[in-house]
Design a protein around this ligand. Structure first.
Ligand SMILES: Cc1cc2nc3c(=O)[nH]c(=O)nc-3n(C[C@H](O)[C@H](O)[C@H](O)COP(=O)(O)OP(=O)(O)OC[C@H]3O[C@@H](n4cnc5c(N)ncnc54)[C@H](O)[C@@H]3O)c2cc1C
Ligand SMILES: Cc1cnn(-c2ccc(OCc3ccccc3)c(C(=O)O)c2)c1-c1ccc(Cl)c(F)c1
Length: 472
């Protein structure tokens, strides 16, 4: 009867998802699937009606963790079908030589997906649940941690007060929900802006075809400077240039852009185009990248932070969205375990998820520092060949860190522990084999000493070549 219907719906708990970006939209599907009344509040207009948003990364690398989350709400096939598989890295050397390094076995590939389309598809999917409502042009201004009362402001300046049983903060790296957390004792928080910025450039098709091989993550590792290119369905590539802000600031004219690319990414100039490069470069300034770590992720049984609102990571592992999507699976599993009792679920979510999200934040920062310091194309190739060789030799014992992070759901902090353990095993076996070689070698030397002068030059040459790998 109507009374029962109204009574039942009044019994259904209301979950307010603040932020209708990638994680918020996916989370809405997760909560709606569990039977909650879901209200999404997004500060922007409905992007499905608006034009393209400037200043956000245009495409993203989707990998296993993110796919598993999409699969949980029946979206994997729809998103993967619109993604472009990247089966290997394609490393571009200064001379323009392209060297592919496979990610792993045949089925192991990452996908280049369009950010705006992904967000739209997830919003539309959330809307298919009768118990979900999307509210655009609703910017959270303030909220009360005790009562769960939220104040939203609209474009016309009007305000709206909304109450919910659970508030899920998915409002990104500069989260307004997190502001209340900062006022509370024992809330740990750190944020780091790195000195690099990023800029996106478009590489158009040539004669209607991709300008480079499409099924690769193209990487130009130049230590301080790095560039990557991910393919798009319209046969363009979105190139992302990573460079210190002070370098961005030195380049003020079109000719200086070309001069810079001539020095570091010469092969990309004809592919992007001289005029396009000169124009695109000044379309937007270099964008900042911030790393945010915090804990706990919850307040009482009232509020929980997820996605970039909880852990913004620098994009040098291609895991930010994948980690945020995995947040949704982890919370859902804990909801199953504690039968949707938020007073038990939220503390458990903090206990389980904080170590992993902190681990991926650290790994992304580690990659940034490692690549900025040592990684040119030779060193990148060398490191990945060693990784792949050792994995081939001892597939069960040695799993490259990138493989654990990108192609499995190994908990991020467990992957780091295993990586450290594997490093110890490799170093120990290298030491053993070096010692063995030294002992064996010296035995042979004693038995029949060679003309030492003939030996010194090649050994020195080899040593210098090894050193050059790291510094060239
Ligand atoms: C250059 C770059 C490259 C990247 N590449 C990758 C990649 O290859 N792979 C990957 O996995 N990740 C990548 N990421 C990370 C990825 O973009 C983020 O992890 C992901 O967007 C986080 O999603 P989110 O929903 O938590 O936050 P967001 O996507 O930032 O969404 C937050 C939403 O909340 C809304 N909002 C903000 N404040 C309020 C408010 N007060 N009230 C209401 N709504 C609000 C915003 O409008 C937005 O819609 C990259 C990031 C960058 C910057
Ligand atoms: C978008 C996306 C998805 N994955 N990756 C990624 C990141 C790092 C990697 O190795 C680090 C390393 C190589 C060699 C030595 C140490 C560390 C690899 C790899 O192993 O292929 C792939 C990126 C990415 C994002 C930004 C930059 Cl600048 C970049 F180059 C790639």
């Amino acid at each position: 009867t109507m009374e029962e219907q109204s009574d039942r719906s009044s019994k259904r708990k209301v979950v307010a998802v603040v932020g209708g970006g990638l994680v918020g939209a996916l989370n809405a599907c997760f909560f709606a699937k569990r039977g909650f009344d879901v209200e999404v509040f997004e500060s922007r207009e409905d992007i499905r009606q608006a034009k393209v948003v400037k200043g956000r990364s245009i495409n993203l690398a989707l990998s296993h963790r993110g796919r598993q989350a999409l699969k949980h709400v029946g979206m994997e096939e729809k998103i993967v079908s619109k993604g472009i598989p990247m089966h290997a890295r394609m490393i571009h050397s200064l001379s323009g030589k392209q060297s592919p390094i496979p990610y792993g076995k045949k089925g192991q590939f990452i996908l280049s997906v369009d950010r705006a389309n992904l967000n739209k598809e997830l919003l539309t999917e959330a809307e298919t649940y009768s118990n979900t409502k999307l509210n655009f042009d609703h910017k959270l201004q303030d909220w009360n941690a005790e009562t769960g009362l939220m104040t939203f402001v609209r474009c016309d300046g009007s305000k709206q007060q909304i109450e919910a049983d659970l508030i899920v903060g998915c409002d990104g790296a500069f989260s307004a929900i997190r502001k209340q957390f900062l006022r509370r004792s024992r809330f740990n928080y750190s944020q780091t802006y790195i000195p690099h910025g990023y800029m996106e450039l478009t590489m158009p098709p040539i004669n209607g075809e991709f300008a480079m091989k499409p099924n690769y993550l193209h990487i130009w590792p130049r230590n301080t400077f790095m560039m990557i290119a991910l393919p798009n369905l319209d046969k363009t590539f979105t190139c992302t240039l990573f460079m210190p802000f002070e370098e961005f600031e030195k380049i003020t004219t079109g000719d200086e852009v070309i001069e810079f690319f001539q020095k570091y990414f010469p092969d990309a100039i004809p592919l992007i185009g001289v005029d396009a490069l000169k124009k695109d470069y000044f379309r937007l300034p270099g964008q900042a990248m911030v790393s945010v770590k915090c804990s706990p992720y919850h307040i009482g049984n009232k509020c929980v932070l997820m996605g970039d609102a909880a852990h913004a990571v620098v994009p040098f592992y291609g895991q930010g969205m994948n980690a945020g999507f995995e947040d949704c699976i982890v919370l859902d599993e804990i909801m199953d375990k504690f039968n949707d009792d938020f007073s038990a679920v939220l503390p458990e979510y903090t206990r389980v998820r904080v170590p992993d999200d902190h681990a991926i934040a650290d790994l992304a920062m580690y990659n940034y520092i490692e690549m900025r310091a040592h990684v040119n194309s030779k060193w990148f190739l060398f490191r990945k060949y060693v990784d792949n060789f050792l994995h081939l030799l001892m597939p069960k014992k040695i799993i490259p860190l990138y493989t654990m992070v990108t192609f499995t759901r190994t908990r991020y902090h467990k992957a780091v522990e295993r990586w450290h353990w594997q490093d110890k095993v490799i170093n120990r076996s290298l030491m053993l084999s070096a010692t063995g070689a030294a002992l064996g070698g010296s035995y042979l030397l004693i038995k029949n000493p060679p003309d030492i002068n003939k030996l010194i030059i090649p050994a020195e040459k080899m040593w210098n070549r090894l050193l050059a790998l790291r510094t060239a």
